[in-house]
Design a protein around this ligand. Structure first.
Ligand code: 28F
Length: 627
């Protein structure tokens, strides 16, 4: 057994010290904000997942303890404990103190902005006040402790054991991170995704701070993933599942059409969400478009179905596992391996053709839906042409209600989408005409989740927004044409205001997602209360802030609750909500594409609560720092 252990240990290659990690943590974990903090957990779990991917582990436990100390435990083979022949230190110390290339499924790359894949658990060690590791392997239990990456003692033999596996407990270093407060739901979403992507693996998450616990175990793997994504929709057939394994390469596709109009296609490589797509996704889309056009030709005589038409209402997961992925793109989440395109194309072509032949009634439904999508797309194109021609005829090509700003450089300008004419009037008077444009919106806009693009192009409110922003939508969308780099939704803080805000966000998410990804979309934060004490005036935005301030100010104050934007005069609106030096804006970020998609699908249900939760959860509060 010893020689095997020695072989296992020497697979680790030693790269660099950990001082560099503590000096420039963002180079290794993307940021020292919430995303970077949560990557610590993902980095540790990744090692357990690597054990699961080669069939050596089927149970992972994640525990967030009081004080935000995290324990991850797996029942894999256990990190090799004997000395590395060259480095003369144990495999455990090597893994914990040297940046290493991973194992078989090397994910060694890191995103420039916001994240990393596979820089290794040593990075976690360097950024933790304390980290302890316990290994049970070959009937022995070993333990070692580190502080900020430096060992406080050598690997210690604790005694005999009948179990096997690895346990890592770490506490993030408060000196490195803005906050070390883990968000349970954020961890839950990623663990659920990993359980879907690794069929049969049980992942348990426990939050001892709030006595919460969740367990994920999907024998259906990505079939369960598709069913989960479609649980609020109406599927039109049972999920299609395709799989191919060749050596170290494994492909899986699960897909299911529903009656909805939105497309939910997510692609993964070695459990990494390839947000920017790549050759696996191209192979899938190419095969799907070709197969459905061929089948449509067979039953209808002709077909001109676009790649978008055939994906209307489609939920699909493409998950591949390959030993040497080449990640490209701005955030290193685009797969570049060119051989993968053909392999995925042939898997999907064979699998899909078989499905279409075997279930002609479902095949016909899918084709008819794609054909009506094509008709809607054509109608939308004509509607856009009409709008363009109409506005070309008029003097201004911009919506009449828009009060534009004088500055022409979009990186210096912002547009407020304001609910209601009275608030719109105050905003027009209160704003800076130099860099702030105002577009008043009348009442509710169309619920795009339930409408096709042709119907959307008949909604005047939506056309006003599209025209004012200037980028067009869907396949014509071009972010370089954006006329403003801040698009600020300003609605009342009540239920109706929240509903209008989420309707606008749903439209942006479904038809102008790049605006959100580019960080252009914000929510204005009008004050909820004005608190006066003598000559002093305080505007507060939340109940919590109010309580805190009342405690601080004591008695002898006056409290005014703002019901809506219309209650403020232009100066107050400027002072509290529009002045870049005083206002607070919430920037809308899509932290998790799967979660965001679920939220928008749920948002269009009728319950009010999910909308409030969505605003709370997905809008990261940012103090506007561009003075
Ligand atoms: C809670 C965190 O870190 N689990 C791990 C193993 C198992 C092996 C291993 C790890 C690096 C590249 C080999 C055992 N036996 N959980 C974990 N489990 N690392 S980390 O090897 C380290 C080297 O390849 C292991 C045989 N081969 C590998």
């Amino acid at each position: 057994m010893a020689e095997k252990n020695a072989y296992d240990v020497k697979k680790i290659t030693v790269l660099a010290g950990l001082e560099a990690v503590r000096k420039r943590p963002s180079m290794y974990i993307g940021s020292t904000g919430d995303r970077g903090l949560h990557h610590l957990i993902y980095e540790v779990v990744d090692n357990s997942i690597d054990e699961a991917m080669i069939g050596e582990c089927d149970d992972i436990k994640v525990t967030i303890q009081k004080g935000n100390k995290v324990t991850v435990q797996d029942n894999g083979r256990g990190i090799p404990t004997d000395k590395h022949p060259k480095h003369k230190i144990s495999g455990v110390e090597l893994i914990m103190t040297k940046l290493h290339a991973g194992g078989k499924f090397d994910k060694k790359t890191y995103q420039i902005s916001g994240g990393l894949h596979g820089v290794g658990v040593s990075v976690v060690n360097a950024l933790s006040e304390v980290l302890e590791v316990t290994v049970e392997r070959d009937g022995e239990k070993h333990h070692q402790k580190f502080e900020r990456g430096k060992k406080t003692k050598t690997l210690e033999l604790l005694g005999k054991t009948k179990s096997r596996g690895t346990i890592v407990t770490f506490k993030p270093d408060k000196n490195i991170f803005d906050s070390i407060e883990f968000d349970f739901d954020t961890v839950v979403n990623r663990m659920r995704e990993l359980a879907f992507l690794n069929k049969g693996l049980k992942i348990t998450i426990e939050d001892k701070r709030a006595n919460k616990k969740k367990e994920f175990h999907y024998k259906g793997g990505i079939i369960s993933f598709v069913k989960f994504l479609n649980k609020k929709k109406e599927p039109v057939h049972i999920p299609i599942y395709l799989k191919k394994k060749k050596g170290d390469t494994e492909l899986e596709v699960a897909m299911q059409y529903t009656s909805s109009y939105s497309e939910n296609v997510f692609s993964f490589v070695n459990n990494i969400n390839t947000h920017e797509g790549g050759t696996h996704l191209i192979g899938f889309k190419t095969a799907l478009t070709r197969c459905l056009n061929n089948y449509a030709e067979k039953i209808n005589g002709d077909a001109k179905l676009s790649s978008e038409d055939v994906r209307e209402g489609l939920t699909a997961i493409i998950s591949i596992k390959i030993p040497n992925p080449q990640f490209e793109g701005q955030t290193k989440t685009k797969l570049g391996n060119s051989d993968i395109k053909g392999i995925v194309d042939s898997l999907v072509t064979n699998g899909l053709n078989t499905f279409l032949e075997e279930t002609p009634s479902v095949a016909k439904n899918i084709i008819m839906k794609a054909i009506s999508a094509a008709k809607a797309r054509e109608a939308a194109r004509k509607a856009r042409e009409l709008v363009r021609r109409k506005s070309a005829l008029e003097t201004t090509t911009l919506p009449g209600k828009l009060s534009d700003c004088s500055e022409r450089d979009p990186s210096k300008t912002e547009i407020y989408l304001v609910e209601g004419d009275s608030a719109g009037g105050s905003a027009k008077q209160g704003r800076s005409k130099e860099f702030q444009a105002i577009l008043p919106l009348r009442g509710k806009i169309l619920n795009v989740e339930k409408s096709r693009i042709n119907k959307i192009m008949t909604s005047q409110e939506i056309i006003k927004i599209i025209t004012a922003i200037g980028t067009s939508i869907a396949e014509e969308f071009d972010i370089k044409k954006a006329r403003y780099h801040k698009i600020i939704i300003m609605t009342d803080a009540d239920v109706d205001g929240n509903h209008i805000a989420t309707l606008i966000l749903t439209f942006f998410f479904r038809y102008m997602k790049e605006l959100i990804e580019a960080g252009y979309i914000y929510l204005a934060q009008p004050p909820l209360y004005l608190i006066k004490k003598g000559k002093q005036k305080f505007y507060v935005q939340t109940e919590k802030e109010k309580e805190k301030l009342l405690k601080k100010l004591g008695t002898g104050i006056s409290l005014q609750r703002y019901k809506g934007l219309g209650e403020m005069n232009p100066d107050q609106l400027w002072e509290t909500t529009m002045n870049p030096e005083k206002r607070t804006l919430k920037k809308i970020m899509i932290e998790d594409a799967v979660e965001a998609d679920q939220m928008f699908t749920v948002l269009m249900g009728e319950e009010v609560e999910p909308r409030r939760q969505f605003i709370e959860k997905n809008a990261k509060k940012v103090m506007n720092i561009d003075i």
